[in-house]
Design a protein around this ligand. Structure first.
Ligand code: CA
Length: 678
């Protein structure tokens, strides 16, 4: 700790916070001067920010503490959010593959052909190779790039896997889920089953028996520890948690973690809470590692969920999107409006809630902007640079978004300003209601103290403390007895409560007499919602605001003209791990040879099998002999000779045709005279 402090006091303070007050503006000038001095003195440290993106999989909107739930404490994620900016109108796609595709390309899935479903386990397709991905762009600008955890963007050929797509390293799995301990993947709709854990292109068998969240956290911490800080780092830490494992054991967490949540009545929800808690602790470990490595003061850390929770149905993890409507895999807010929070000392107006619109495709240009890179390098993209909105609390350049247009399932939605237009639904409309726990229960309690003592809060508090010392020293005047006024404050309990209240979505219930007239059934007719007034999509205004409906339908028609047809491909039987040493592999890079079929049977048969075959042959011979003996007793001599003749290959016999004819005639005799066969 002592060495860390002395390093910190000497070290780089990359802060450029600004406030509206004149006093703090003066402090900024001094801080800027400090930055220049420090940058000169430590020219071996990168000036570009490290970018750390932590992705949760299928984590529900209501499953972080900062959205107001008391059920599952997430002190580390909360500390990150309260110290930074809570992005309360952050939208993603509704499913894993499309969300990750949009994040890495800055394009809507409708412009990639990835708008329908996900890449199912044995399917030979992936994120098109003509796309340049976020890590490729950052690598070109000097970043070291690392992917950890889930990929789910194709692996049937090696060119689709992470280390061929801009990542210097990848440790994790290529599929959409895995068993948390065995690291095996059972195909969703078919029988294939195999191992899936990779270090770059190699299968990592050593991972067996170790919990996925811990493995990915250890990898992240090691990469940070070993990082050469002369280069900036981009880390994409895409956790398995809290997605389900395989269907035979979907919810998995260490016993001691589950025991912490015995106050949660529903046992499945209890394990889910433990999975979330392990994920939260991972955030704390990564933050501590960044602090220890002196990288925190020049980092951007984003935490987000890739889509909403699946409270029920296939791959149900029992997460909660409360009070938002719908589940993962739909156009409802519960699927698409998701957890996101960002922290960085580069944020000029931190510790607040932003309700400005952001879409997951915005991150590429936004990171570019934050790192001072040239956004025109990115070509034609759907993403917007929202960095200024995040950093300075200004209006977001994003005013609309396409939720999705899926012509296979015939559903879609569009947002313009506060208005949302949607048509059609998924799974036959069976998941179009409100689900999940409110997180408010007399068994649960809220502890700001737990947040303030979390490893994340401890790391950030230390950083702010040293930033304040630098600011104080820069401002020092022996005669100045004014109270200290800092540009950055340490987090306190009252601030936590204020931000938590501002980040909690509350929905007005519609009066009973208006309920029937405002019901939305998007399978019957399109619906219209004002999300500012009605974030829970309770009041369908399609009939009362027809002009808005027409206007948005026209916009959708224009967008339709830009759609790329879905590129999904059916299952390839050769993907089966049974053919590849029990592993899910880049199967189309290899020619499959069925070695079992080519071998001589005797060479591969076990002694038991040889014994069984011999016994069967022997039994068959005995039956033939017995039949012959019976025939000898009952048939005339010339008939016995004919039977022997019939056992010969007729084509080998010079009188084949004649013999066959005789056989037919003679064998039919007893049958025609037996009444029981009539
Ligand atoms: Ca997901």
């Amino acid at each position: 700790m002592h060495s860390r402090r002395s390093q910190q006091q000497k070290g780089a303070v990359a802060v450029s916070a600004v406030t509206a007050t004149a006093a703090s503006a003066a402090a900024i000038l001094v801080l800027s001067a400090l930055q220049i001095t420090v940058a000169t003195a430590t020219s071996t440290v990168t000036d570009k920010p490290n970018i750390i993106v932590i992705v949760a999989d299928d984590m529900g909107y209501n499953d972080v503490g900062f959205h107001g739930s008391n059920e599952i404490p997430t002190p580390n994620i909360d500390a990150l959010a309260y110290n930074g900016v809570i992005l309360n109108s952050h939208y993603t796609q509704a499913l894993c593959t499309p969300s990750r595709a949009a994040f890495l390309t800055s394009k809507y899935p409708i412009h990639l052909g990835m708008q329908h479903l996900v890449i199912l386990e044995p399917e030979p397709w992936g994120l098109p190779l003509n796309e340049t991905l976020l890590p490729q762009h950052l690598k070109r600008n000097g970043y070291r790039t690392h992917a950890i955890g889930k990929w789910h963007l194709g692996f049937f050929k090696k060119e689709y896997t992470p280390t061929y797509r801009g990542f210097d390293s990848h440790y994790g799995y290529w599929q959409g889920l895995q068993d948390y301990y065995k690291h095996t993947v059972q195909a969703t709709f078919t029988k294939e089953y195999g191992y899936d854990m990779r270090r770059n292109m190699d299968v990592d068998w050593d991972a067996q028996g170790k919990y996925s969240t811990n493995l990915f956290t250890e990898e992240a911490v090691k990469l940070i520890k070993d990082h050469d800080t002369k280069d900036p780092m981009f880390m994409y830490l895409a956790h398995l948690a809290p997605h389900t494992g395989n269907d035979d054991d979907p919810l998995q967490a260490p016993d001691e973690e589950i025991a912490k949540f015995s106050h949660i009545e529903d046992p499945e929800r209890r394990i889910y809470a433990a999975m979330v808690s392990m994920l939260d602790q991972s955030v704390g470990k990564v933050m501590t590692a960044l602090r220890d490595k002196q990288m925190l003061q020049n980092s951007i850390i984003l935490f987000m969920s890739d889509n909403g929770a699946k409270t029920d149905g296939i791959h149900a993890n029992h997460g909660s999107n409360y009070p938002l409507r719908g589940l993962k895999n739909s156009a409802w807010e519960g699927a698409t409006r998701n957890i996101a929070a960002i922290w960085s000392p580069l944020i000029k107006d931190p510790q607040r809630v932003s309700n400005e619109l952001i879409h997951i495709s915005d991150w590429l240009p936004t990171f570019y902007s934050a790192a001072g890179l040239n956004i025109s390098e990115l070509g034609v993209i759907d993403g917007k640079d929202v960095w200024k909105s995040i950093s300075e609390n200004s209006k977001s350049p994003r005013t609309d978004l396409v939720y999705n247009i899926d012509d296979v399932w015939n559903y879609g939605a569009l947002r313009q300003g506060d208005w949302k237009y949607m048509y059609g639904s998924t799974v036959g409309g069976r998941e179009d209601q409100w689900y999940g726990s409110s997180g408010i229960n007399s068994n649960y309690y809220f502890s700001p103290d737990e947040i303030l003592k979390s490893p994340t809060a401890v790391a950030l508090n230390a950083l702010v403390t040293f930033q304040q010392i630098a600011e104080k020293n820069a401002n020092k005047s022996p005669l100045d007895d004014h109270p200290l006024e800092f540009t950055i404050q340490t987090l306190c309990e009252s601030k936590i409560k204020q931000l938590r209240s501002a980040a909690t979505v509350r929905c007005n219930k519609l009066p009973e007499d208006q309920l029937s007239s405002h019901v939305c059934n998007p399978l019957k007719s399109p619906c219209l919602f004002n999300l500012k007034e009605d974030p829970c999509e309770r009041t369908n205004l399609a009939t009362t605001r027809p002009l808005i409906v027409i206007n948005m339908e026209e916009t959708l028609m224009k967008i339709r003209k830009t759609i790329v047809a879905p590129i999904n491909l059916p299952r390839d039987p050769n993907a089966d791990p049974d053919k590849w040493n029990g592993t899910w592999t880049n199967w189309q890079d290899f020619e499959y040879v069925d070695v079992h079929r080519q071998r001589v049977p005797q060479e591969v048969l076990s002694p038991l099998a040889i014994g069984l075959i011999t016994a069967t042959c022997f039994a068959f011979l005995i039956v033939i002999v017995l039949l012959l003996m019976i025939s000898c007793k009952s048939a005339p001599k010339n008939k016995l000779a004919t039977i022997f003749q019939s056992l010969e290959d007729p084509l080998d016999s010079p009188n084949a045709a004649m013999t066959q004819s005789k056989d037919k005639e003679m064998i039919q005799i007893p049958f025609t005279h037996n009444p029981s066969y009539n």
